[in-house]
Design a protein around this ligand. Structure first.
Ligand code: ADP
Ligand code: MG
Length: 182
């Protein structure tokens, strides 16, 4: 048991058997391995909705910088599918890793999540009053028209679904769940 908790705290990969010893396992979908741990009290998310929609959360102690998007399996599968399609068409998006079971340390429950890399930057929404806004905005518009040319219908276009890193000038589009690809 001690070894198990040590693994949990360090975010090491757990076997199903080990996870079964932790607590409530009712949420486990055994289709997926259990690897990642979230604290359950830290959320990134939209500025406007952070208090009510707690769906983007950092992974505990991951060597890589990862976040999980938590939602119903149907939606995260859809997002993963669309991310794959967008990547094939060279749209700048955040790299997704996998869908897996995640253990919530606070609630002692498993939940499914889409694991993706953490993007270090700001949503355009937060840059409105900064000197970076014009550059980020122009890049954003350029990516949207590029996507149109590739017959991709971007849905849900708003300034919290795009992030910009002011150091590297990298821009990424997010939240592809309702995009359509011809
Ligand atoms: N990979 C990521 N790295 C860092 N922040 C992220 C990441 N994905 C999402 N976010 C933050 O979380 C917010 C909500 O993410 P999003 O995918 O748009 O979910 P929602 O469906 O709640 O709109 C974004 O506006 C952004 O601030
Ligand atoms: Mg969004």
């Amino acid at each position: 048991m001690k070894e198990l908790y040590r693994k949990l705290i360090r975010g090491k990969e757990l076997s199903l058997e080990e996870a079964g010893k932790i607590g409530d396992t009712s949420g486990i979908n055994s289709e997926f391995p259990i690897k990642y741990i979230i604290r359950g009290d830290q959320y990134l998310g939209s500025l406007q909705y952070r208090a009510i929609i707690q769906n983007i959360t950092p992974i505990v102690n991951s060597k890589m910088n990862l976040v999980a998007k938590l939602d119903a399996l149907y939606w995260i599968k859809k997002e993963q599918e669309n991310n794959k399609k967008a990547q094939q068409k060279n749209i700048p998006i955040i790299k997704t890793i996998e869908i897996t079971n995640i253990y919530n340390l606070l609630e002692r429950k498993f939940i499914q999540g889409l694991i993706m890399e953490r993007f270090y930057g700001e949503t355009i929404c937060k840059l409105i009053d900064s000197k970076y806004y014009k550059r980020a905005y122009n890049l954003w518009k350029k990516e949207i028209s590029d996507a149109k040319r590739k017959n991709i219908h971007i849905r849900d276009i708003h300034n919290e679904n795009v992030m910009f890193n002011t150091q590297t000038q990298e821009l990424v589009l997010l939240d592809l769940v309702s995009w359509e690809f011809d």
